[in-house]
Design a protein around this ligand. Sequence first.
Ligand code: GRF
Length: 214
Amino acid sequence: MSLTPCRIGVLVSGGGTNLQSIIDHIHLGECKATVECVISNVPDVYALTRAQQASIPQHVVSHKKYGSRADFEKALINVLQTHDVDVVVLAGFMRVLENTFISHFPGRILNIHPSLLPKYPGLHTHQRALESGDSSHGCSVHFATMELDGGPVILQASVPVLEDDTAEILAKRVLEKEHIIYPKCVQWLCEGTIHYQNGDAYYKDKKLTAPLQL
Ligand code: GRF
């Protein structure tokens, strides 16, 4: 089912380079969507500056202000509802989302993770790939579910791990790929090329038994 024009809400916690790549792809006409709002759980992060520069409404909803995850998530939902959002894009958003939020946007939440899932869910993915002596590493776009970094993976991109790599150098190489696969998946969800159903990802109405590869 096509959602175009697709109204997106982006959740961030940091620099916002993935947000920027989505904004840029929309401006280039490669992603038929509008970013209706950007919400950060941390004040004064650069992602909010990027939103301001693109004249996108910005909000800070600090998790520290709420007595429970559910209350924090209800506050996020309220802001997204005021912008009548269709799709939620997690772009460097560093809070674990639970049932209150996930069940409110069934099959309409995307996340990007800097590893070749199911390898290295969680944090410090680049360091862990180096410590394991992996020869390749990468990033994954998946539907967000209750399982942290565990929802069905849609698209991945791999990069080589080079001899003198540090976690920082590797992170930069992976981020370049993130900026390609994330706008593509946002576009696919908006135009109905992909959808989520009963715990699985579908591409052109065919269940994905393995992630697509860039
Ligand atoms: C990215 O590697 C993303 O995969 C991870 O956080 C990093 C920062 O993203 N979740 P951004 O520059 O804030 O978009």
